[in-house]
Design a protein. Structure first.
Length: 284
């Protein structure tokens, strides 16, 4: 098993995929952080809040939810790309059982997912700090920032692992790019809109994209409201939460750990599907 992990690690570091997809994670993370707190500074000047708005927490959530698609694509292409280059044949012939290959890829890709998560949290926090004019108050308490940052890293990790399972299941490097993009930015978006004020609106937090976004956003939004409202938090209207969730992801009244458990189930489902199909698939 150690030899397989070592081989998979070499496949990652000797190709351009990992750093090519890291670039948009870093760029989007910094941009989301800077724009979020810069906007907060404008709002603060107009409304004259007595304390800094902790928009840095929302910026980390926003950048994470944008960046996770690249983590998914990395995980999917790390597996499906081997079918395009035919290296999967040698891998399967020199490693038994095939499930060991899947486990080795999950372990090595998990490290890249953590790297993406850490990079996203750090650059979005840096962008938020610069956008706020070096005002640390825009991050709320250290515990709040640490909690949201940890959730961001965890979210990026799980999206990467889901991608590995998806790549093992589909095994087509074109489809593993097109299908997630179409689903996340078109199908689920339309489905979420159609569920608003419908009898089935309660299932929206359990959709894959909403659950993945909720890991961070369902933690960041309540922390933001709590920091801004203070003792008046119980009187905060639902519309305020829903507006924040509309822009920064997540669902009103749904706990972040509920989103985590839901997305863990999706991740396990795709990994299991990749294992089941992969052990029976013919390779040439």
């Amino acid at each position: 098993m150690f030899g397989l992990i070592k081989a998979e690690y070499r496949k990652i570091v000797t190709t351009n995929l990992w750093w090519a997809l890291l670039i948009p994670v870093v760029v989007l993370g910094f941009g989301a952080g800077w724009l979020g707190t810069a906007l907060g500074g404008i709002i603060d000047m107009v409304e004259e809040f007595s304390a800094s708005l902790p928009l840095g927490l929302l910026s980390v959530a926003l950048s994470t939810n944008f960046g996770t698609i690249f983590a998914l694509l990395f995980g999917a292409l790390a597996f499906a790309g081997e079918f395009r280059t035919k290296t999967i044949t040698t891998t399967y012939l020199t490693a038994t059982p095939r499930s060991a290959v899947l486990w080795a890829k999950l372990i090595t890709c998990a490290g890249v997912g953590v790297l993406y998560g850490l990079a996203n949290v750090l650059v979005s926090s840096l962008g938020a700090l610069l956008g706020a004019g070096h005002d640390m108050g825009n991050f709320g308490s250290f515990g709040s920032w640490l909690g949201v940052g940890a959730a961001g890293v965890l979210s990026m990790l799980l999206w990467t692992l889901l991608g590995v399972g998806f790549g093992a299941l589909i095994a087509n490097s074109v489809l593993v790019i097109i299908l997630p993009l179409v689903y996340k930015f078109a199908i689920e978006f339309i489905l979420s809109l159609s569920l608003i004020d419908s009898p089935l609106s309660g299932i929206e937090p359990y959709l894959p994209g909403a659950a993945g976004n909720g890991i961070v956003s369902n933690l960041a939004v309540p922390l933001f409201v709590s920091a801004v409202a203070g003792p008046d938090e119980p009187n905060t209207p639902r519309a305020a939460f829903e507006l924040l969730h509309l822009f920064f992801g997540g669902s009103y009244g749904h706990p972040w750990w509920g989103s985590l458990l839901t997305f863990l189930a999706y991740t396990a489902l795709f990994v299991a599907g990749g294992w089941f199909v992969g052990r029976r698939r013919d390779v040439v």
